[in-house]
Design a protein around this ligand. Structure first.
Ligand code: GLA
Length: 426
């Protein structure tokens, strides 16, 4: 920051054109104001994302083909189809909304795709009781080649705040010469200096282990490369990869202790409704909930099948994700292709998920009274030999009796059995 200020203040050898002078002055003012404010209150906005953020983002379905008509249509859908009532609130524009910077360096939206401007879009989204998110990148250019925030962090943060933006996803393309922690801390300070509470979503793909340093920088941080709508496998683009649901789940196992209220591991946005089978969509969504993951839908909300909407809005399943304890699940046992996951929930409850990673159906037997679940991280235990729990299947929404009887079930391929265990009242 100081280096940039000194550079700007170096006397110019030839007279500057008026607009150049204005641009330099504006940058100095933003840099100084930003530096002063950031030094006084160097922190992220507290009290945001106390449960994992829920919303929608344009990238997984529309990539660069995003415009204000699509954003409005998604807000219309979310506000009326039950998603808002279920807890979804953010409508996030991803890459490719940006146009040029003006003479003073202020970023402008692409005039063809967003002719009404972002402020008008924020007003539209807010009027529906929802919130607006936007996207930028640490480099000079975004991943999609649009203008990004390097050297304009404080000015961009100020602009987003003035537009009424509520959420910023900040990407890691073209980060040459930058250190991740420093680059993201600069933007955190810029957002704080701008004064509007904005959820800060780090999209650094896990390259520099943000789970080890980002707790006080952002509210969520991507832990892996980009997802694609497949349950198993890797999509290799030679110089980068996209990962399937199972590959991403496996990468979360060692880092669960980093997450908690206000600071979440982000295993990437949802691919529910983007081409996987119904059981794969259900398993993907269940596991994101077991991982207390941000639930940012990525499908076309205006044209989705009722079965997809049912998955996205199942209240019992969402309650697992949004549980106030904010502790991620863990693998308790593995047998053949089936992993048994447990997640401690507030008030003494547990979620249990049997994940069938294989394509063939599997019989699952679980004699509760022979099992003792203990989580050293949350210091929670479930001793089924001494405590009886009621068992509820969260997808069928049927009560299955208690843990006094052994569980015997068949889990189809690439599917889950998702249960909630509640201490039985005597
Ligand atoms: C990166 C991110 C994606 C998306 C694109 C946009 O790949 O990881 O989620 O934002 O950039 O270009």
């Amino acid at each position: 920051m100081l280096v940039r200020v000194f550079e700007d203040m170096t006397p110019s050898p030839k007279p500057l054109h008026y607009s150049q002078t204005m641009k330099h002055l504006t940058q100095i003012i933003f840099a100084l104001a930003g530096f002063a404010c950031a030094s006084l209150h160097a922190q992220k906005f507290d009290g945001l994302a106390l449960t994992p953020p829920m919303g929608w983002n344009s990238w997984n379905k529309f990539q660069c083909d995003v415009d204000e008509t699509i954003i409005r249509a998604m807000a219309d859908a979310m506000a009326t189809n039950g998603m808002k009532a279920a807890g979804y609130e953010y409508i996030n524009i991803d890459d490719c909304w940006q146009g040029e910077r003006d003479a003073q360096g202020f970023i402008q939206p692409d005039a063809v795709k967003f002719p009404s401007g972002i402020r008008a879009l924020a007003d539209y989204v807010h009027a529906k009781g929802l919130k607006l998110g936007i996207y930028s990148d640490v480099g000079y250019k975004t991943c999609g080649g649009r203008i990004a925030s390097r050297g304009h962090e404080f000015q961009d943060a100020q602009t987003y705040a003035s537009w009424g933006v509520d959420y910023l996803k900040f990407d890691w393309c073209n980060a040459e010469g930058l250190k991740a922690e420093g680059a993201y801390t600069t933007m955190r300070d810029a957002l704080h200096a701008a004064g509007r509470p904005i959820v800060f979503s780090l999209c650094e793909w896990g390259n520099n282990q943000p789970w080890t340093w980002a707790k006080d920088v952002g509210h969520l941080w991507r832990t892996t490369t980009d997802i694609y709508p497949a349950f198993d496998g890797i999509l290799d683009h030679t110089n980068w990869q996209q990962w399937s649901v199972l590959k991403i789940i496996d990468a979360q196992k060692p880092i669960r202790e980093a997450a908690g209220p206000g600071h979440w591991n982000d295993p990437d946005m949802l691919e529910v409704g983007n081409g996987m089978s119904a059981n794969e969509d259900r398993a993907h969504f269940s596991m994101w909930c077991m991982l207390a993951a941000p639930l940012i839908s990525g499908n076309d909300l205006a044209h989705m099948k009722p079965a997809v909407l049912e998955i996205l809005t199942n209240p019992d399943v969402l309650a697992v994700d949004r549980d106030a304890l904010g502790v991620e699940g863990f693998v308790y046992s593995t047998n053949a292709n089936v992993e048994i996951w447990f997640k401690p929930l507030a008030g003494g409850d547990w979620a249990m998920c049997a994940l069938n990673r294989g394509q063939e159906a599997q019989r699952v037997s679980f004699d509760w009274k022979q099992e003792k679940v203990a989580d050293t991280f949350s210091q929670r235990t479930a001793d089924f030999s001494s405590i009886i729990y009621d068992v509820r299947n969260l997808w069928t929404q049927k009560d299955l009796g208690t843990t006094q009887a052994a569980l015997a079930a068949e889990v189809p391929g690439h599917d889950v059995l998702l249960l909630r265990l509640t201490k039985k009242m005597n």
